[in-house]
Design a protein around this ligand. Structure first.
Ligand code: CMC
Length: 434
């Protein structure tokens, strides 16, 4: 990681006390500089206030860079568009975890390592059977991933780099197996096992869709689209679930527990749950004639309805992942001969929203989740699996960020402060006097 440098100092003056505080301004390699407020409380007695961390950098990181105004997403310096076009997901995993793209030999070795970690301890299958059949697959994911620490004790010492790497490989490798089993369990089909001759994406499709009565024939275009979806979701710097993983990890919790925390956070509709919510929204809108009515609902602050798959905390221009997915969507539907009226509806909704002043003024554009659901539906996934696929693909990002945090000498337990608005100390009232 390139070291941050001291750029200059900034002065904060407090008219209430007449005091001045000097705050160092730090500079990374690219992107906004930061005001270092670590000593502010000690010097002034003030906290800073930033709910939702809209202006706060929580860590140093050298993994992913986003320029929201330019619609740019870089992993270790490489454009997401280039990675999606020229790499497979395993190369992107290697890049995120090790900091550089693998050469041919390194790629083969890494793929071999991941492939040979895809099987699960057989007893883990008993966990699935404890869930109700109608359990949401994300609920199963949270439970089973958290339980992995009970099976893989030999990779839970976070101070041992070797154990951290083994845990990272295990998580990336076992996630498709667990995701496919969550699907199998909720659809009442027998569990399938991984096959080492298949690629990462192919193996996931095989484990999800093949049944003992019939081998699933893997369409190369579908496998490529699946792989691309994994690449596009692999990492996204300090988003809600990644920050959750970092905060969970900052206490020294084991990696499996930290990733389970990330999955829980991802589940919400404002984050990874949006892809499922987009499809539900399109079903609800139903016909393009209803679009104006739903746009009015989205603009009405008294109505909880939001245009799902639109808007982003960081992107105030096109989400580059949405651009790649939009063309991938056309390709996959074409290859599969699927003519989905929802795609037509989604395109029309995007067109009308982008012409609307409300969305233009607020710079609300389609995000990664707007088109991904339509592709996943065409491949044959039920909507309840959409966020599971996001979690599967994001695991490598969580794991890379967790490793980076553990090895950061400035790492401290995550412990925000608060602006207290409750009662000051008051006299206790015995129960018979309340
Ligand atoms: N529909 C209608 N209005 C919206 C939307 C939307 N999807 N998104 C934001 N706005 C409005 C919001 O009401 C606010 O208006 P005003 O300034 O008049 O109060 C303004 O735009 C700014 O929104 P915000 O909620 O302050 O922005 P945020 O950065 O806190 O939220 C977001 C970002 C992604 C949570 C939000 O845009 C949203 O809820 N989008 C829909 C859910 C979604 O698609 N989430 C997936 C995000 S991408 C995948 C991922 O990284 O997880």
């Amino acid at each position: 990681m390139a070291e941050k440098t001291h750029s200059h100092d900034m002065t904060l003056s407090d008219p209430a006390t007449g005091k001045e505080y000097t705050l160092p301004v730090l500079e990374g390699s690219v992107g906004p500089k930061v005001i270092d407020i670590r000593k502010l409380y000690g010097q002034s007695g003030y906290f800073t206030y930033d709910p939702g961390f809209t202006s706060t950098a929580s860590c140093d990181s050298a993994i992913t860079y986003i320029d929201g105004d330019a619609g740019q997403l870089l992993h270790r310096g490489y454009r997401i568009e280039d990675l999606a076009e020229h790499c497979n997901y395993m190369e992107v995993c290697y890049l995120l975890l090790r900091g550089k793209l693998p050469n041919a030999a390194e790629k083969t070795e890494f793929e071999h390592t991941i492939t040979y970690h895809t099987m699960l301890h057989e007893q883990i299958l008993n966990f699935f059977r404890g869930f109700r059949r109608d359990a949401h697959p994300m609920a199963i994911m949270v439970g089973v991933i958290g339980a992995l620490s009970a099976f893989y004790h030999d990779s839970t010492d976070i101070n041992d780099p070797e154990q951290r790497m083994v845990a990272s490989h295990r998580l990336v490798a076992k996630m498709p197996t667990i995701a496919a089993l969550a699907f199998k369990y909720s659809s009442g089909q027998p569990f399938t096992y991984p096959q080492n001759k298949l690629s990462y994406a192919e193996n996931f499709l095989h484990m999800t869709f093949s049944v003992p009565a019939e081998e699933y024939e893997i369409n190369p275009a579908v496998a490529r689209a699946m792989d691309k979806i994994f690449i596009l979701h692999a990492d996204h710097e300090q988003n809600a679930s990644t920050s959750t993983v970092r905060i969970a990890g900052s206490s020294g919790a084991n990696p499996f527990a930290c990733i389970a925390a990330g999955i829980s956070c991802l589940w919400g509709p404002a984050h990874g749950g949006a892809n499922e919510a987009v499809l539900q929204m399109l079903y609800e809108i139903g016909h393009k004639d209803n679009i104006p009515k739903y746009l009015e609902k989205a603009k009405d602050k008294n109505d909880p309805f939001r245009l799902m798959g639109f808007g982003h905390r960081v992107y105030k221009n096109l989400d580059p992942r949405a651009g790649v997915l939009k063309s991938s969507c056309d390709e996959v539907l074409d290859q599969l001969g699927v003519n989905d009226p929802l795609l037509e509806l989604a395109r029309e909704l995007e067109r009308i929203a982008l012409e609307d002043d409300y969305f233009r003024e607020r710079k609300l554009f389609p995000n990664v989740d707007f088109y991904s659901g339509i592709i996943l539906k065409a491949i044959g996934f039920p909507t309840s699996m959409f966020t599971v696929l996001f979690a599967l693909a994001r695991t490598v990002g969580w794991v890379a960020q967790w490793n980076e945090m553990i090895t950061d000498p400035n790492q401290k337990i995550g412990r925000p402060r608060q602006l207290f608005t409750g009662s000051d100390e008051r006299a206790f009232i015995p129960i018979d006097k309340r």
